[in-house]
Design a protein around this ligand. Structure first.
Ligand SMILES: Cc1cc2nc3c(=O)[nH]c(=O)nc-3n(C[C@H](O)[C@H](O)[C@H](O)COP(=O)(O)OP(=O)(O)OC[C@H]3O[C@@H](n4cnc5c(N)ncnc54)[C@H](O)[C@@H]3O)c2cc1C
Length: 386
């Protein structure tokens, strides 16, 4: 463990790793990542579905995707490590005019924000794209061809390796247990493996970030929420080139994964908690919704012991909280991605490096995502959460 560092990033998931990469790329080389686990990726990053999309409902979410998706596309060229980006698209399917109106108004916002690859699609287009879909009640949808999937673990590893080449150091088995302050603000962190003096601490601890913020006396409105994923056994009745396919009627969605599929659904009954046990009853629930929309799923085989659960990190408006913590000089926040932290990790790294090193960023209007928006009634709701 080092004695001091210019910047200490708490949390070695995909977000902490991207921040370290962007800071060191901008010339700030004395950067330390502290991860409490024996290896990185054991938080939400290693549990993610890996979906990346620009089909959001607010300009700031869309702009973060417009930085991030080309970054994933060029990742290997820039960082010498694969991101696993597969531009197979996201297909959103509507079953009534209210949902269709919602999709139409999102497309207007997406195009105005600079997204050129999104289009409204007809029921016939949907059936051409995923012929196995039961389409008798579908009224249309949207498709964005540059949306798709990445390998979150590989992206995290690529960011970490390049950050380390550029001067960063990673300490694992180093749980931050206290954040020290003096009259000038943050003065250091204490960990299970020793103490580090620093004037800059970044809280990138995902679903656990409210606990870490509390160590500096800050209440952070980020709540953990369990999400479960169910992989199927090898299945070739649906193309492995299919998009992420989302049924807006129920929220059921699936995408190809390996030789089979990965199925998901956000259970509205789920309450905030740190529970990451997979509930076997979920297999029945997700399959019932799945078969109703894609009847051929009746034939999939599922081994429940291969399914898993992880945590979303929810904020009241489903946008992350990025930037300086008010009243605590040197403390920075980068969490609350509300289930979008993988896809927005490149933009988050860039925004945080800009804010830490220059105090400003031109990637987004940073004020929209600051901590004070909650107290000042400036929340902006992101409604495209699946
Ligand atoms: C089932 C599921 C599906 C998802 N699907 C998608 C998707 O399709 N697309 C998408 O973009 N996002 C998705 N997400 C969300 C995404 O995984 C997260 O938003 C993202 O991984 C957040 O990254 P992070 O680095 O902030 O957090 P994490 O990966 O959780 O990393 C935080 C790290 O902080 C460490 N830590 C915590 N406390 C301390 C401490 N005191 N000291 C030191 N270290 C500490 C933890 O061990 C952890 O490694 C999904 C999440 C789940 C659970």
């Amino acid at each position: 463990m080092v004695q001091s560092a210019e910047v200490v990033i708490v949390g070695g998931g995909i977000v902490g790793a991207s921040i370290a990469y962007h800071l060191t790329s901008a010339g700030c080389r004395d950067v330390v990542i502290l991860e409490r686990e024996s290896h990185q990726g054991k938080g939400s990053t290693g549990k993610s579905m890996g979906g990346v999309r620009a089909q959001f409902s607010t300009p700031s979410s869309i702009r973060m995707s417009l930085y991030s998706i080309p970054f994933f596309r060029d990742f290997e060229e820039r960082l010498g490590y694969p991101s696993g980006y597969r531009p197979q698209g996201y297909l959103l399917m509507a079953t009534n005019q209210r949902q269709m109106g919602y999709l139409r108004s999102n497309v207007v916002i997406q195009r105005a924000s600079g997204l050129e690859t999104v289009e409204l699609v007809t029921t016939e287009d949907i059936v051409r794209t995923v012929p196995q879909v039961r389409a008798d009640d579908i009224v249309g949808g949207t498709f964005c061809s540059t949306d798709g999937f990445v390998d979150p673990y590989s992206v995290m590893t690529g960011f970490t390796l390049r950050a380390c080449d550029q001067g960063a150091r990673v300490f694992r088995d180093a749980e931050v247990i206290a954040i020290d302050r003096d009259s000038n603000g943050v003065s250091g962190v204490r960990t299970s493996a020793g103490s580090i003096a620093t004037r800059t601490v970044v809280n990138a601890t995902g679903a656990w970030s409210a606990r870490v913020a509390k160590m500096a006396g800050l209440d952070l409105p980020v709540e953990p929420l369990r999400r479960m994923l169910v992989p199927t056994e090898p299945f070739d009745k649906i193309s492995h080139g299919a998009p992420m396919t989302i049924d807006l009627a129920t929220g059921f969605h699936f995408r190809p994964e390996g030789l089979g599929l990965l199925m998901a659904w956000c259970d509205p009954e789920e309450k905030p908690s740190f529970n990451t046990n997979f509930d076997r009853a979920f297999v029945e629930k997700v399959l019932t919704l799945g078969v109703a929309r894609v009847p051929v799923l009746e034939q999939v085989e599922v081994n429940p012991s291969r399914a898993w659960a992880g945590l979303y990190e929810m904020t009241p408006d489903h946008h992350p909280i990025l930037g300086a913590a008010p009243g605590i000089a040197g403390l920075y926040l980068a969490s609350g991605f509300s289930g979008h932290g993988v896809m927005h990790s490149p933009a988050t790294g860039k925004i945080m490096a800009d804010l830490i090193l220059k105090g400003t960023t031109d990637l987004i209007d940073a004020r929209l995502l600051d901590y004070n928006r909650f107290a000042e009634g400036r929340m902006i709701q992101e409604t495209a959460v699946f």
